[in-house]
Design a binder for this molecule. Structure first.
Ligand code: CA
Length: 222
């Protein structure tokens, strides 16, 4: 899951980024409205956290431009003002939720989880394929009751595969959803991580779940 934070206050963006990275999300930070718009249009995010008071282009304007350009990514507004008009204006322009500063990180995280689940058939807390399960709350991964220890990146990678079972995922798609903006797609880092993950989830089992499609990418299927 890849998240964009558009926030000019470094203290706030730093605090959110650090917390989200600990939760294994890939995070980019844009420091003003102009950069936020650029990042939001160029990359495929799973969620955008958008501050309202921003230099260059304000948050409400960024929001309406993104929605005008048919970018439907869930957007969570951050606002220092708690005036009702701002919240209503934001929601009317297509924001999905808002949070008034200052807020506790745990509250932000809870709302992010809700937004990321929205649109799915049920509010799932586990992802599963053929006896391999990933618990989105506790971050525990098991295959047939054996617990599997994964690093943060391996976990994010597995979550992305599990959410897209049966779909071919190219290296570019994987890079865009699991790594952040500083990632160099020309390196073979993705293959290295996929191989580590495969060793942990598939090596000791006759049924393989993570398959390589030579020259194309990867697919997770039974
Ligand atoms: Ca601000």
């Amino acid at each position: 899951m890849r998240i964009l934070i558009v926030e000019d206050e470094k203290k706030v963006s730093g605090f959110i980024k650090k917390g989200l990275e600990e939760e294994t999300y890939a995070v980019d930070v844009a420091i003003d409205g102009e950069e936020g718009l650029l990042f939001g249009e160029q990359n495929q995010y799973d969620l955008i956290i958008l501050d309202l008071m921003l230099p260059k282009i304000d948050g409400l304007e960024v929001l309406s431009i993104l929605r005008d350009r048919k970018i439907e990514t869930p957007i969570l507004l951050l606002t220092a003002k708690d005036s009702v008009e701002d919240k209503v204006a934001g929601l009317n322009k297509g924001a999905d939720d808002y949070l008034t500063k200052p807020f506790a990180f745990s509250e932000l995280l809870a709302r992010i989880r809700v937004l990321l689940r929205r649109g799915k058939i049920e509010a799932r807390t586990t992802l599963e394929i053929a006896g391999l399960t990933l618990d989105l709350v506790s971050h525990k991964v098991k295959r047939e009751d054996h617990e599997i220890e994964l690093t943060g990146k391996e976990y994010s990678l597995l979550e992305y595969f599990l959410r897209n079972q049966g779909k071919v995922l190219t290296r570019t798609m994987i890079a865009e959803h699991v790594w952040d903006y500083n990632f160099d797609t020309f390196t073979n880092v993705i293959d290295v991580y996929v191989n580590h993950l495969r060793k942990k989830i598939d090596k000791n089992y006759s049924q393989k779940l993570l398959h390589t499609l030579r020259g194309v990418g990867y697919i997770m299927k039974e």
